[in-house]
Design a protein around this ligand. Structure first.
Ligand code: TGC
Ligand code: FAD
Length: 404
């Protein structure tokens, strides 16, 4: 019986093709530039992150030296125009960068996505030309690290209730309040902080390390994202120069637009972590012998691997289409919510299944699984929890907000 050329191609597929899962040949849909960007970040992660990440995570260490290296790589602000130090790339390149970094570690991706989407993006989008010129090149190169302060001790999913506030004192603003769970804060030179003015309107302010009354205590005891540093931002009568207010947009929509950009990166990043878990599980299943056979020969293991591959492939397709919509300016917040929610959820499930396939070895640092799994427990919560994104989609489908 003759088979079509396409089927012949599939028949000739080697088992190795499944190592780095691209089951639907999405590579064929990428441009040469996309592949170049993806491959250079993949190489960087293999050299600068993968050999060290287990130790950094075990000892709860944030490798500050990675920051200028990320800058050199072009991982900070890939979509920001070149004239401000950004990469001037499209959203698919940005997604691929996040995918490859998170394949190494979610905490490393956090460092990059906070810097690009939550610090550089608001300065580029809502900042004055002076602010853009002052901050963006230093952030892009990694000379400075930034952080983003929205969440407060009593206002997480509901940021509109924030109590951090600033008063107009004539020649400066006086900032008071506190932010919690802030990625990068203990090492950041600047913080983009969201606070209310006397009329209760939310504005963004750039707060610089060294301003009197501004401290950034580290949060200790995390079991997740242990190679990323998390802390607080405390403002005790901080005098903020008036030129540090972001003039371009106010209201909750301003920080939320930054979140759209970061959530998009997370949708891609989480699939990087899932791909790494799948790869490790597949290899382990083929090599591990029990009952005289590779465990990969048992149907229950095959079910796990087949379902992992299925979910990863679906999520990759989702990301690519979302990337196209982003490039065309047609993506809506709800599209991003769906992808963030789905992809982090399936990544977490893939990590848990991969952990089981590795048996006892799955809980050790010899394999990346447990680290990815614990990291993803933060990823499923930050940038809008799994359930908040469900409610955002619920509002979209019914027109009724269930979170009010
Ligand atoms: P709601 O009345 O719905 O909206 C208020 C205003 O905001 C606008 N808006 C958005 N704009 C752009 N993109 C979005 N995704 C937006 N969502 C809302 C909206 O249009 C409205 O604008 P306007 O002009 O009409 O005033 O607001 P709500 O108070 O009812 O809250 C809605 C809710 C719950 C969906 C939202 O607040 C939410 O998403 N909560 C989750 C909070 C969150 O994601 N926090 C993230 C903190 S940062 C972080 O986690 C960084 S981790 C980084 C890392 O390490 O990688
Ligand atoms: P809560 O809002 O208290 O929610 C608790 C639970 O209640 C969740 O399951 C939630 O889904 C559920 N819930 C809440 N409201 C509803 C509702 N209406 N209906 C149904 N269920 C509901 N924030 C920043 O601003 N900047 C950062 O850089 C940053 N980095 C972070 C890094 C890490 C490692 C972590 C863990 C968090 C970070 N965050 C950051 C904070 C993060 O965005 C918040 O944790 C998140 O928005 C959830 O807020 P919360 O933890 O206060 O949970």
């Amino acid at each position: 019986m003759s088979i079509s050329p396409d089927l012949a191609q599939v028949k000739n597929r080697k088992a190795d093709d499944f190592k780095s899962p691209d089951f639907y040949r999405l590579d064929d849909l990428l441009t040469e530039e996309h592949k170049l960007v993806r491959n250079s970040v993949r190489d960087f992660v293999k050299k600068e992150i993968s050999p060290f990440i287990e130790e950094w995570s075990q000892i709860n260490y944030f490798p500050q030296a990675i920051v200028p290296k990320f800058g050199e790589l072009g991982a900070f602000g890939p979509t920001i125009p070149i004239e401000y130090g950004g990469g001037g790339m499209d959203y698919i390149s940005y997604g691929l960068i996040m995918q490859e970094i998170e394949r190494g570690d979610s905490g490393m991706r956090s460092t990059a996505s906070v810097q690009g989407s939550l610090v550089m993006y608001p300065i580029y989008k809502y900042g004055s030309e002076e602010q853009r010129k002052k901050y963006l090149p230093k952030l892009a190169s990694g000379e400075w690290l930034g952080c983003f302060g929205l969440t407060e001790p009593d206002f997480g999913s509901n940021p509109s209730g924030m109590v951090s506030n600033f008063k107009d004192m004539g020649d400066h603003f006086l900032l008071n309040g506190a932010k919690m769970w802030i990625s990068n804060s203990p090492y950041a030179q600047i913080a983009v902080v969201w606070a209310k003015n006397e009329k209760g309107r939310i504005h963004g302010l750039i707060v610089e390390r060294g301003m009197e009354g501004f401290t950034t205590p580290e949060t200790h005891g995390k079991w997740s994202l242990r190679a990323s540093c998390t802390g607080e931002l405390v403002f005790d009568n901080v005098k903020v120069p008036k030129e540090n207010l972001l003039p371009g947009k106010s209201g909750l929509g301003a920080p939320m637009m930054c979140l759209d950009s970061a959530r998009y990166g997370i949708a891609w990043g989480a699939i990087g972590a899932a791909m790494d878990c799948y790869e490790s599980a597949r290899k382990y299943a083929i090599e591990r012998i029990q009952f005289g056979k590779p465990i990969a020969s048992f149907q229950l293991i095959q079910k796990k691997l087949a379902e992992m591959l299925t979910e990863i492939t679906k999520a990759q397709l989702l990301n690519l289409r979302l990337g196209q919509l982003m490039n065309e300016g047609k993506a809506e917040s709800v599209h991003i919510s769906l992808a963030k929610r789905n992809n982090v959820d399936i990544a977490l499930k893939v990590a848990r299944e991969a952990r089981q396939i590795h048996g006892a070895m799955g809980i050790t640092g010899e394999y990346p699984i447990m680290r990815h799994m614990m990291n993803l427990e933060s990823v499923v919560t930050y940038e809008g929890t799994h359930d908040i994104h469900l409610l955002i989609l619920g509002k979209e489908t019914t027109g009724i907000a269930a979170f009010e």
